[in-house]
Design a binder for this molecule. Structure first.
Ligand code: SF4
Length: 367
């Protein structure tokens, strides 16, 4: 790779799912068992307009595991990733078989990411998930058999009636299944979801949710998955390279309705909503501009990472500096246990990451 190579990530949105999970506000069409070929052809059409080979390729959704291995191969070939590229595909445990996982691996997928969420079947039913804990364990075992060296699992925290024991059982399932990377998210009730219309009973309050998060961070660390981002934890050398491009304000190209791009610090997105899939297939969906990625975005995104914000990089890449008021606020954050600062790099602690939005807002307000 040439030294001056600017890394590029490509995201492909696959907006089809077997069913709609009750908490989900992602743009996806439920009731699907396959991905229509004309949608893949539209992605190929857009990929062919790009002439820069990506370092990472990410199939997100939706449920990208509804693609056939042949469709995944078609899309990977059109994306033309660099040798050694990370190629991730999101999957639901009940959508894959050993055969399809082997097919994805042969197609070039290097990293498989399962939405496991919980090891409690009653909880999974409450969330509207269509798999069981046993199904998740089976899918993870098949991923190992299919030859995946990078296996990811998602866990949702602070679910209705949640306990640390439910977290421990879910973590044990993922660890035993060979996961190299774990994402752990707090449940958020998003507008427009089934949960927003009929909220589940027995939801933990904000303080309890914060305790579940801090418990999860500690247990993941103990089990060999140190935190590297607010919601992401990985064994050494297994961090997700694609999402790290987002958090370091690098270039990424998103294709498909609801996909976002940032190229040369200019942001844009494909609109989602009724008719967006048909318009994307027809080639009539217009990309919308979303503004510029600036020093504030870099500060906000870098403070999601445990590696933090390096002030020299902040200055070199975006001309950013911290003024006296901001430094005073940072001293308060350090004293309160929310941050660490060695004069060069500002890092939020797990307690600080819990209130990262508030810390960033305060820093921006004092710009
Ligand atoms: S959470 Fe995932 S599987 Fe469930 S509806 Fe949303 S995109 Fe589909």
């Amino acid at each position: 790779m040439p030294e001056n190579h600017a890394p590029l990530g490509i995201y492909l949105h696959i907006p089809y799912c077997p069913a709609k999970c009750r908490y989900c506000d992602f743009f996806s069409r439920p009731g699907c068992r396959v991905v229509p070929q004309d949608y893949c052809d539209a992605l190929v059409r857009e990929l062919c307009k790009n002439n820069c080979r990506p370092d990472t390729l990410y199939f997100g959704g939706g449920t990208p595991a509804l693609l056939s291995p042949a469709q995944a191969a078609q899309l990977i070939e059109a994306a033309d990733p660099l040798p050694g590229a990370e190629i991730t595909l999101e999957a639901n445990p009940d959508v894959v078989t050993l055969e399809t996982l082997r097919g994805f691996r042969t197609a070039g997928v290097t990293r498989i990411s399962f939405g496991v969420q919980s090891a409690n079947d009653a909880q999974l039913r409450r969330l509207g998930r269509t798999h069981t804990a046993a199904g998740a364990a089976q899918a993870l075992q098949w991923a190992v058999e299919a030859g995946f060296a990078e296996i990811c699992g998602d866990i949702m925290l602070a679910l209705p009636g949640y306990t640390n024991a439910e977290f421990d059982r879910t973590l044990a399932l993922l660890k035993a299944g060979g996961c190299t990377h774990i994402s752990a998210y707090l449940l958020k009730i998003e507008p427009g979801t089934a949960f927003s219309k009929n909220p589940p009973a027995d939801l933990p309050d904000g303080d309890a949710a914060a305790d579940f998060y801090l418990y999860a961070v500690g247990r993941l660390e103990e089990e060999g998955y140190p935190q590297y981002e607010i919601s992401n934890f990985a064994k050494p050398e297994h961090r997700g390279r694609h999402n790290l491009l987002y958090w370091d304000c690098r270039d990424y190209l998103g294709l498909g309705p609801a996909a976002h791009s940032c190229l040369n610090n200019l942001r844009s997105f494909w609109p989602a909503g009724p008719g967006a899939v048909e318009a994307f297939i027809a080639g009539t969906l217009a990309l919308e501009a979303e503004g510029v990625c600036d020093a504030g975005d870099y500060l906000m995104l870098r403070l999601r990472l445990r590696d933090g914000l390096d002030l020299a990089q902040y200055s070199t890449r975006f001309g950013g500096t911290l003024n006296a008021q901001q430094m005073e606020f940072i001293r308060h954050c350090v004293a309160a246990g929310y941050a660490e600062f060695d004069g060069q790099v500002l890092r939020l602690t797990p307690r600080g990451l819990l209130v990262q939005n508030g810390i960033v807002s305060e820093l921006m307000a004092n710009e």
